[in-house]
Design a protein around this ligand. Structure first.
Ligand code: G3H
Ligand code: 13P
Ligand code: ZN
Length: 360
């Protein structure tokens, strides 16, 4: 069995200079495809479930499905992560169901749409860190609000995210505040805002530094070289996938996602976890459309799901390779939760914040 914490996995990724894609999951087909991809290239994997996924599949189903995936692929270190936890209870119940890592997204209030002030974010994140570290689980925090620098607004994806106008300042994580946040909360990983947003409609043109502020990633990494950074909203929305979806009756307006080369640049500057959901959805949905269009009499769900799983598997394999995670699974010896808890208590895993944190 190889259930790994986010902290141990990202420590390994940092030592070896790679990034780990974190794929969202809602059902068995996605789980099978992601694990098949990971096993085919020997990559460690982060599977994450949103609150929406937990209510869609149900905690019991989700937990037992992950147990089964782990049993099928015992050689693959698997981190099960709560995506965008909105309060203490969401994070605590996730851990109860076998999640080894939680995101406490205190950039928003518990309603998951109102921007929270800095004090609220620090307090709630610190409380979750204390609770999680007692049993060895990891915590990702978020500082800054995800949304479009191009349009000056937040995004609302399936009920999550800010609605309407957001100031430029809120849409970019402040590097100095990031240092204070990590020191005050002791998070294991930090999600930052630099112009990415959830969903397919991130940019209306190929992004440049004006609308995808990778220099913010570099500045935060310069000040916090030992902290694992997380990029949300990191689907690339590849043109070929948009074209495939549209060629079978889809109506997706032209859009741009985060170019792979920008993610790879981020990985060179401390990004260790790269969140991808939209690309997975699009890969599967394009195949549903293809089957429905080409075989109009087909009604066996498996005939839709199997090609969709194959497309998702190929996408995941490509990302494992592009981010350098491929080949790393056998190099990791999984540390049990109880040992991680002991290390937190001894101070061995305290965030290292040194002289590099001063402004240039
Ligand atoms: O956080 C955004 C992810 O794409 C999850 O989306 O809440 O619809 O499951 P969801
Ligand atoms: P995408 O919508 O770009 O795939 O982002 C997913 C994400 O950040 C989940 O937390
Ligand atoms: Zn996200």
């Amino acid at each position: 069995m190889a259930r790994i914490t986010l902290r141990q996995l990202l420590d390994h990724a940092a030592e070896r200079g790679y990034g780990v894609p974190a794929f969202n999951i809602n059902n068995m087909e996605q789980g099978l495809a992601i694990m098949e991809a990971a096993a085919s290239v020997n990559a460690p994997v982060i599977i994450q479930a949103s609150r929406g996924a937990r209510s869609y599949a149900g905690d019991i189903m989700l937990a037992k499905m992950i147990d089964a995936l782990e049993e099928m692929h015992p050689q693959i270190p698997l981190c099960l992560h709560q995506d965008h936890g909105n309060d203490e209870a969401t994070c605590a119940t996730a851990i109860k169901y076998g999640f080894t890592s939680v995101m406490m997204d205190g950039s928003l209030k518990a309603d998951a749409k109102t921007p929270a002030d800095y004090g609220y974010n620090v307090d709630i994140t610190r409380r979750v860190v204390e609770m999680a570290h007692w049993i060895g689980a990891s915590v990702e925090g978020e500082l800054g609000v995800l949304g479009s620098l191009e349009l000056g607004c937040g995004e609302q994806e399936d009920g999550h995210g800010v609605e309407g106008e957001v100031s430029h300042d809120q849409l970019l994580t402040d590097p100095e505040q990031a240092v204070d946040f990590v020191r005050a909360t002791r998070v294991d990983a930090l999600a930052i805002a630099m112009g990415t947003s959830h969903g397919a409609y991130k940019f209306t043109r190929k992004p440049d530094g004006e609308i995808l502020a990778m220099h913010v990633v570099e500045e935060i990494h310069r000040r916090l070289p030992d902290i694992h950074l997380v990029m949300h909203g990191s689907s690339s929305v590849p043109q070929v996938m948009q074209d495939l979806f549209n060629s079978f009756g889809g109506e997706m307006p032209q859009t741009w996602g985060v170019p792979i080369e920008e993610i790879v640049r981020g990985i060179r500057h401390g990004v260790r976890k790269v969140n991808i959901d939209t690309d997975c959805r699009l890969a599967m949905a394009a195949m549903f459309r293809k089957v429905a269009t080409e075989n109009r009499s087909e009604f066996d769900p498996r005939k839709f799901l199997k090609p969709a799983m194959d497309a998702l598997r190929d996408l995941c394999r490509e990302r494992f390779e592009q981010f350098g995670a491929a080949g790393n699974a056998p190099k990791i010896k999984v540390v049990p939760l109880a040992e991680m808890a002991r290390r937190y208590r001894s101070g061995a895993l305290d965030p290292r914040i040194g002289e590099m944190t001063e402004a240039a």
